[in-house]
Design a protein around this ligand. Structure first.
Ligand SMILES: Nc1nc2c(c(=O)[nH]1)N[C@H]1C(S)=C(S)[C@@H](COP(=O)(O)O)O[C@H]1N2
Ligand SMILES: [Mo]
Length: 303
């Protein structure tokens, strides 16, 4: 990559959290995952970007994680049942070093960075989340992507005995997602292991989940157990469920409506009773970084 992306949101855009200041302990706790980069903490403030702040409480109590139920508070109520240790990730397909990796082995030596990102659900609500994560590109470069690979497929763990939504078959599980290889290698794309310098909560997708900030939230698949390099566009859960409403790309785009609602504006979680909806930004505010990935594509056709 020719450049290193600079965060445009800072800690001032999220509500201060006691643990966020307590960085030393976290450095100790995540020492096994490599040094923590301070990309977010020193980033540039954009005064015009008046985003509603989100607390850890908001981020961990209003979730989508259908394996634990379809209600917004179901994941917080049920995800304590998720077993996250030990955790291994199968890496297969068109890679030089396929295998079943213990999570710590896969991430060893890679840099955990702070990334404060806008997060926009296809249901037209949004938050600002201070993630800690590793660039997916670093992981892919470590396992060695073969030249014919064009896409990356991801799969969420299935623990039927622990997952009420799996028992009720609310979706076709395992939850699966995918990215084009250039999207996966983009420096904005991270695998998050923390929020506010704490280990990521189960309801947010512990122990490791994808975050692709310019795409609708459902692309950011949780609790990943498999990463596959392939030359075929992989199936994705919401596209399988309703292809007319949910495409493979799912880039945030205020000009392309969902068949049942507008995507031109969004409700900010935690904004309070009288909070105004705010206009949704093209590519969720990351247009200058990612628009080039889609040059020449009709975004209404490739939604
Ligand atoms: N495995 C899995 N991943 C998932 C989901 C899910 O139901 N199952 N929901 C998606 C949707 S619709 C959104 S908006 C985000 C929500 O992430 P958050 O709860 O951490 O805010 O997770 C995405 N990843
Ligand atoms: Mo979502």
């Amino acid at each position: 990559m020719a450049y290193r992306w600079k965060n445009d949101l800072t800690a001032a855009d999220v509500t201060p959290k006691a643990a966020f200041l307590n960085r030393r302990q976290i450095l100790k706790a995540t020492a096994g995952l490599g040094a923590i980069g301070l990309v977010g903490a020193g980033g540039m403030a954009h005064a015009q970007d008046a985003l509603a702040p989100n607390t850890l409480e908001e981020i961990t109590s209003y979730n989508n994680y259908y394996e634990f139920g379809t209600g917004k508070t179901d994941p917080a109520a049920n995800a304590h049942q998720l077993v996250t240790s030990p955790w291994s990730i199968k890496v297969d397909g068109m890679v030089d070093n396929p295998g079943d990796y213990a999570l710590g082995d896969l991430l060893a030596g890679l840099t955990v960075e702070d990334r404060i990102y806008r997060f926009r659900c296809v249901e037209a609500w949004s938050m600002v989340v201070p993630w800690n994560g590793i660039e997916l590109a670093d992981i892919l470069n470590k396992v060695g992507v073969q030249s014919g690979a064009k896409y990356v497929a991801f799969e969420t763990v299935v623990q039927p005995e622990n997952m009420i939504g799996v028992q009720r078959r609310v979706l076709d599980f395992p939850y699966v997602e995918g990215l084009r290889l250039d999207e996966a290698m983009h420096p904005l794309t991270i695998m998050a292991t923390g929020i506010y310098d704490e280990l990521i909560s189960n309801q947010n997708g512990a122990p490791i989940r994808l975050v692709v900030p310019w795409k609708y939230g459902f692309k950011s698949i949780k609790s990943i157990v498999r990463i596959t390099l392939t030359d075929q566009e992989p199936p994705t859960s919401w596209n399988k469920s309703n292809a007319r409403e949910y495409g493979f790309y799912s880039n945030v785009n205020p000009e392309v409506s969902h068949p049942r609602w507008s995507q031109a504006s969004e409700r900010t979680i935690g904004g309070g009773l009288f909070a105004k909806r705010k206009p949704t930004l093209m590519f969720n505010g990351y247009e200058s970084e990612v628009a080039g990935l889609y040059a020449g594509m009709d975004l209404a056709e490739y939604y």
